[in-house]
Design a protein around this ligand. Structure first.
Ligand SMILES: [Cu+2]
Length: 168
C-alpha cells in the first residue's frame, strides 16, 4: 500500500533537488576542464587561471589575486606622485595616500577611459586597490571638480593632478 504523507513528499522533493544539483555540477565539471574547481579557486587565483592573457579592457574584479608589484601614490594639492613611474604588467597594487587637505581620488585611465578608481579619499586617508594591467601607457589622475561658494570651478585635473604611468 502506498503511504502518502507530507514527509514522503518532502523526501521526494529533496531527492529531485539533489539530482538537479548533481546534474548541474556534472555539467559544470564537463563544461571547461581549464576552469579551476570552486574550492581551489579561492586559493589559486581563478583570474590567472581563467585569463592567462591580460585583457586590455580589463575592469577591476573583487579580487584580481596577489599583487606582483605595489606602489604608493601621493595625492595632494595639486599633484599625483607615484612612488614608481613604471611597473611590470600584471596585478598591481596602488596605495592611494591623500597627504593633502582636500578630498581627492585616484583614477587610472587608459586613452582617456577610466579603468578603476579610489573615490572620495578624505584628507589623511589611505586606501589600496589592486587591478590587473596590460603593458601600455596609463595616466593616474584626480578628476574631482569642486564648485566654490562664489561659483568658480576648482578642477583638480586642470590644477595639475595627473601624471603619466607606464606598465611594461
Ligand atoms: Cu583631487
Amino acid at each position: 500500500m502506498f503511504i502518502y504523507s507530507p514527509s514522503f513528499l518532502r523526501a521526494v522533493r529533496l531527492g529531485t533537488l539533489a539530482a538537479a544539483v548533481l546534474g548541474g555540477s556534472i555539467l559544470v565539471a564537463c563544461g571547461d576542464s581549464d576552469e579551476p574547481e570552486p574550492e581551489a579557486a579561492a586559493v589559486a587565483d581563478p583570474e590567472a587561471e581563467a585569463h592567462p592573457t591580460v585583457d586590455p579592457n580589463a575592469t577591476p574584479t573583487p579580487d584580481p589575486g596577489p599583487a606582483a608589484s605595489s606602489l604608493k601614490v601621493d595625492l595632494t594639492e595639486w599633484s599625483v606622485a607615484p612612488s614608481k613611474n613604471s611597473v611590470p604588467a600584471g596585478v598591481i597594487q596602488f596605495i592611494a595616500d591623500n597627504t593633502g587637505g582636500d578630498t581627492h581620488e585616484l583614477v587610472i585611465l587608459r586613452n582617456g577611459e577610466e579603468l578603476a578608481e579610489v573615490e572620495g579619499l578624505r584628507s589623511g586617508h589611505v586606501q589600496a586597490m589592486r587591478i590587473r594591467l596590460d603593458p601600455g601607457e596609463y595616466e593616474l589622475a584626480c578628476l574631482i571638480v569642486e564648485t566654490e561658494p562664489d561659483g568658480t570651478k576648482e578642477d583638480h585635473y586642470q590644477l595639475g593632478m595627473h601624471t603619466k604611468f607606464e606598465v611594461e
